[in-house]
Ligand binder design. Structure first.
Ligand SMILES: [Zn+2]
Length: 227
C-alpha cells in the first residue's frame, strides 16, 4: 500500500526514492549481524514497522496529486529520516565503543533506546544522504539534496531523543536482557521498566518520520517552490 500510494502520487520519481530507501536499508541490515544481546526484532519489517517508516511518506505523496513537486520533497525528507534510523541501527550495532545517550552523554549498553555512537551517526548521515541524492536527481532539484539530507539526520536526532526520554523500556524476565519490544526474541512477554507504555520503537520511528515530512514541507515552502 505504501508503494502504491507513493507511485500513484509521485510517479516513478517517488518510486525511485522509495526503492533507494528500501533496497539500501535491506542490504545494510543484512550485511551487519547483530552483536550478542542485540534484539533482532529491529532487523525485521512487520506491517507496523512499514507504516512507521513509510506511512508519512505515503500520505505526503498524495500532495503530488494537487501540488506537483512538493509530494516528492515530503517523501524524500521523510524516507531520508527512515533511512537514517535504519542505517544508524544497523551500522551502529557494529561500533567498538558503547553508545551514549544523546543529550546527557551517559554511556549505556548496546541496544539501549536512544543510545548513539559516532559510527551509527555516520551511518545515519550516509543513509540520509543517499536517499536525498536520489530524490534530488530524479526530481531535477539540486536544492532538495542538502535540505533532505539535513532533515533525515534531524529525524534521527528526534528518534534518539524520544527513544531515550519517553520510549517504553522492557526487560525479558527469562533472559534478563533489556529489549525495545513487548515480546522478546526468545518468545517471552517482557516486563516494562520505564517510559510510556504504548510508545514503542515503531511509535518513536513514526514520530521521527512525521516530523521529517513536516520539515520537508516547510523546506519546500521556504526554499522557493518552482512552478
Ligand atoms: Zn528472552
Amino acid at each position: 500500500m505504501v508503494g502504491i500510494l507513493i507511485l500513484s502520487g509521485t510517479g516513478w520519481e517517488g518510486g525511485a526514492v522509495l526503492a533507494a530507501f528500501f533496497v539500501s536499508s535491506s542490504v545494510v541490515s543484512r550485511l551487519t549481524l547483530p552483536p550478542p544481546g542485540f534484539d533482532p526484532k529491529g532487523y525485521r519489517r512487520d506491517h507496523r514497522q512499514v507504516w512507521a517508516n513509510g506511512g508519512p511518506a505515503a500520505l505526503g505523496a498524495l500532495l503530488g496529486f494537487c501540488c506537483g513537486e512538493v509530494g516528492l520533497w515530503v517523501i524524500t525528507g521523510s524516507l531520508a529520516a527512515a533511512a537514517a534510523d535504519t542505517w544508524a541501527t544497523a551500522i551502529g550495532s557494529r561500533s567498538g565503543t558503547p553508545p551514549r545517550l544523546l543529550w546527557s552523554g551517559r554511556v549505556v549498553p548496546p541496544g539501549t533506546n536512544g543510545g548513539v555512537t559516532v559510527l551509527g551517526s555516520a551511518g545515519a548521515a550516509a543513509g540520509a544522504l543517499l536517499v536525498a541524492t536520489v530524490g534530488a536527481l530524479v526530481g531535477g532539484t539540486a536544492r532538495l539534496l542538502p535540505v533532505a539530507a539535513l532533515i533525515g539526520f534531524a529525524g534521527m536526532l528526534v528518534d534518539s531523543t524520544l527513544g531515550a526520554a519517553l520510549q517504553a523500556r522492557f526487560l525479558c524476565p527469562v533472559c534478563g536482557e533489556s529489549s525495545e519490544w513487548r515480546v522478546h526474541h526468545c518468545g517471552t512477554p517482557t516486563v516494562r521498566q520505564g517510559g510510556i507504555a504504548w510508545l514503542d520503537n515503531d511509535g518513536v520511528n513514526l514520530a521521527a518520520t512525521t516530523a521529517a515530512a513536516l520539515l520537508a514541507l516547510a523546506g519546500w515552502a521556504v526554499s522557493g517552490p518552482s512552478r
